[in-house]
Ligand binder design. Structure first.
Ligand code: NDP
Length: 306
């Protein structure tokens, strides 16, 4: 039995860390796989789907990312596909969200502008509990962001696919609950995965359902946002500002009007940086679970593609 490893970058670094974490299992860097029939687990960033069919003993594919839109196509073998869930990464993403929520809530954008003109003028934004934050996609990462913001006294709204109760959170489910969710939030934080159902979900009509003066933060996947509709919502609709960590395509083309828009801030897909040590530990734990006969987690539901 052996492991195939094909990370996004720095292959030797990943190999060293996995060998430390799984000293009893042979690990081979793809494409140098001596005996394909011995591969039981494939640990991959991006990987050609057809190649995964070369391993008859393959038991699971372990993604080195939380987003798996590149691994759910029909050519990928029908074995459990396990997403990356790294709590350290979720906390880093929560810090990115807190930074921007506090920035706009407390008016730090206005003070930066005032400083250019030597203006000493105080704004009174009201307490955090008057500024609900709506999280589109309340999964592994959304939950962590919700916990951290709730500690800062921001009320939390969540939008999910499957209806359920979550303590301390106002939950809205399905398309029927989306406009009410958007209208109830001063900040909308988009953490949705890229699936056929979420593609360009945030379009003209969704942006017009948002509150006057609200702020849009996007750090799930760029394909869920219609850029042209976002710019219209900033120019003549209800939005005060937008911060994008993800765009479609990436990198954002140099001629995109988003770059120069005065109400847009852009970070280059850095809200959840991959830390080799913590990510590899989460993946190695799943390999060990499967070796003990326990199920890995979280497993992707291929019908919903996330
Ligand atoms: P999860 O799968 O744990 O959560 C996804 C959430 O989205 C769930 O709450 C799910 O609802 C909801 N959802 C999915 N489809 C729909 C739909 N059609 N309607 C309503 N709700 C829907 O994912 P994670 O929290 O781990 O990650 C979220 C995304 O963040 C990843 O897919 C990835 O794209 C992105 N990401 C970005 C990073 C960055 O650096 N910018 C880093 C890491 C991840 P339900 O709970 O009902 O299933």
């Amino acid at each position: 039995m052996a492991i195939l490893l094909n990370p996004w970058a720095k292959p030797e670094r990943w190999l060293d860390v996995f060998r430390e974490l799984l000293p009893d299992l042979p690990i081979h860097l793809w494409p140098d796989i001596p005996k394909p029939e011995e591969i039981r687990y494939a640990i991959v960033g991006d990987h050609p789907a057809e190649d995964l069919r070369r391993y008859p003993a393959l038991r699971a594919i372990l993604a080195l990312s939380a987003g798996v839109e590149h691994l759910v196509g029909p050519a990928v073998p029908d074995v459990p596909l396990v997403r990356l869930h790294d709590e350290h990464m979720s906390t880093e993403m929560a810090a990115w969200v807190v930074h921007w929520v506090v920035h706009f809530h407390r008016g730090f954008d206005r003070y930066a502008d005032q400083q250019q003109r030597a203006i000493w003028q105080v704004h009174r934004p009201g307490r955090a509990n008057h500024h609900p934050v709506g999280i589109l996609g309340y999964g592994a990462i959304g939950r962590r962001i919700g916990e951290v913001l709730a500690d800062l006294e921001y009320p939390i709204n969540a939008w999910v696919r499957t209806e359920r109760k979550i303590d301390g959170v106002e939950v809205h489910a399905g398309l029927g609950g989306l406009d009410a969710f958007l209208g109830a939030s001063s900040f909308v934080v988009n953490l949705l995965p890229d699936t056929p159902e979420t593609a360009r979900l945030m379009d003209e009509s969704r942006f017009s359902a948002m509150r006057d003066g609200s702020v849009y933060l996007s750090l799930g996947r760029g394909a869920t946002t219609d850029h042209a509709a976002l710019i219209r919502a900033l120019d003549s609709g209800p939005l005060r500002a937008a911060v994008l960590d993800v765009t479609d395509p990436e990198p954002l083309p140099t001629d995109s009007p988003l770059w120069a828009h005065p109400a847009v801030r852009i970070t280059p897909h850095v809200s959840g940086p991959t830390n080799v040590r913590t990510a590899a530990a989460a993946v190695a734990e799943n390999v060990l679970r499967m070796e003990r006969g326990e199920p890995p987690r979280p497993v992707v539901d291929r019908r919903h593609r996330y």
